[in-house]
Design a protein around this ligand. Structure first.
Ligand SMILES: Cc1ncc(COP(=O)(O)O)c(C=O)c1O
Length: 470
């Protein structure tokens, strides 16, 4: 008898589809509606750090250069107060196969799929991750299908997403191109069930463990060259895997005092699931439309428990505007001779604000770059924004209004961004947890899990939940 392919029937089979396509039974780790054994789940991927490095070397991943941005550092020192202006370094992740850090994430899944005898891999993503999965699958002799949300209801695709689809196809993947809406998860499940391929979800422990090498490399390279640990590492944040994996790697290397700073483009006011707003943003990742909901409820993803849990590791969260990132993209090219893509330049933008306030003998690391070209290029993005009725002008970036105007700074002094209150995010996470299980029913184990998940003590969690209830 053929299977029922209605939306409801396929969604109802999600647990069995996940189990078959990943080989992980999440029930083994789940302790309550709230808590699960996160560290055991990560350990039971079965890979040591040396395994991760070896697997990644086989497919052109990792060991990327760390550059000192001497001319940018000099420019920041000119506008900083006396004794201020930390050295800015950048980890050139564009050097990975497929051109971004996402290759680290895809490489371990591809290896796992290969050794477990799967014939191919599937991922639902509109981002660089698709190209990374396709590139890693190609090198492991696996088939690859990418399910991508590309179009609004007019059939118009954001230039960056169109470029990412092209890259997936260039690496040999079949790309299922969808309009924005709820069918993405349904299509993913259906395709996994039909093909029996491996589920290379962005949020599995394999993906996140793959990013740990980025953190350990930063620690080793900074220590090797400067004889000290980085003072701050700035990480572009969307779904949180970039930050989680990198911070785990930094901690494994013993960088216990390094500030882990998240950074996203501020798109507040735009709705990510809205057909109209879909094409009114010039950034397709690294923005608050993903960054805030994922930080405040990581388990909203396509696997039962998310291995990317950014509030566990985050010390600060910086926001920047689209115009500031476009300005920094040009500056990186003109000052440092590096033409790189949008996402990494988000953390570069925050690095200017941070370095300006830090001492001269301190070190701040921009944790990644990505490749650029075609629709990823800021000129394509700005033309597309104008076609969609967005005003583009020079001026004070504080006047930037997501979805309405992009204000490109006139001078480096105007690049500041702003800090986001991360205690607010922590409280919002706790409220989301209380919607799953009322706070009065949280066990001691739940409290300990929640405290670790927001990088606070159980007493802090209890006190704030009591305040919220008043
Ligand atoms: C180049 C690049 N940097 C950063 C990010 C953000 O990573 P995460 O979603 O894990 O927070 C992405 C994700 O789309 C990306 O492609």
């Amino acid at each position: 008898m053929s299977r029922d392919l209605s939306y409801a029937a396929v969604i109802a089979r999600k647990n069995e589809i996940m189990k078959a396509s990943l080989g992980i039974d999440f029930q083994d780790f789940i302790q309550s509606p709230i808590a699960f054994d996160y560290e055991r789940m990560m350990r039971e991927t079965g890979f040591s750090h040396d395994d991760l490095v070896r697997i990644q070397r086989e497919t052109k991943v990792g060991n990327t250069p760390l550059f000192e941005l001497t001319r940018l550092t000099e420019a920041v020192r000119k506008i900083a107060g006396p004794g201020k202006g930390a050295t800015i370094l950048v980890k050139d992740e564009a050097a990975n196969a497929s051109g971004s850090f996402k290759a680290r994430r895809a490489s371990i899944s591809a290896y796992q799929a290969m050794i477990k005898g799967y014939k191919g891999m599937i991922a639902a993503t509109s981002g660089n991750y698709g190209a990374a999965v396709a590139s890693q699958a190609a090198q492991r002799g696996l088939k690859c299908i990418i399910v991508q949300e590309v179009y609004d209801s007019r059939g118009v695709g954001q230039p960056e997403i169109v470029e990412k689809g092209r890259a997936c196809e260039a690496y040999g993947a079949e790309v299922l191109k969808l309009t924005v809406g709820p069918e993405l998860f349904y299509m993913l499940l259906r395709t996994l069930e039909e093909t029996g391929f491996f589920n290379a979800s962005l949020y599995t422990p394999f993906g996140i463990r793959g990013v740990e090498t980025l953190g350990t490399e930063i620690a080793e390279q900074v220590r090797g060259r400067y004889g000290k640990d980085p003072d701050a590492v700035i990480i572009t944040h969307a779904g949180g895997g970039n930050l989680t994996g990198t911070a785990r790697g930094l901690l494994q290397a013993g960088c216990n005092d390094t500030r882990v700073v998240a950074c996203s483009v501020d798109l507040s006011g735009l709705h990510m699931a809205s057909d109209i707003d879909f094409n009114r943003k010039s950034f397709t990742t690294g923005h608050t439309g993903f960054g805030v909901p994922f930080a405040t409820w990581p388990d909203r993803v396509d696997v039962p428990r998310n291995a990317a849990r950014s509030l566990r590791y985050m010390d600060e969260y910086h926001l920047v505007s689209q115009g500031e990132v476009f300005y920094m993209t040009e500056l990186l090219t003109k000052l440092e001779g590096l033409e790189r893509g949008p996402a990494g330049n988000i953390s570069l933008t925050a690095a200017v604000a941070l370095a300006r306030q830090m001492d001269r003998d301190q070190i701040v690391v921009v944790q990644e770059t990505e490749y650029t070209g075609a629709g990823k290029h800021h000129n394509s993005q700005l033309s597309f924004a104008r076609e969609n009725g967005i005003e583009v002008r020079r001026g004070d970036p504080k006047e930037n209004q997501p979805g309405k105007s992009i204000v490109i700074p006139e001078r480096l002094e105007q690049v500041w961004g702003r800090e986001q209150d991360i205690d607010k995010l922590r409280l919002s996470y706790l409220k989301n947890a209380a919607n799953i299980l009322p706070a009065a029913q949280w066990s001691e184990n739940d409290l300990a899990f929640l405290a670790a998940d927001v990088k606070k003590t159980p007493a802090w969690v209890q006190q704030h939940m009591a305040d919220l209830a008043k």
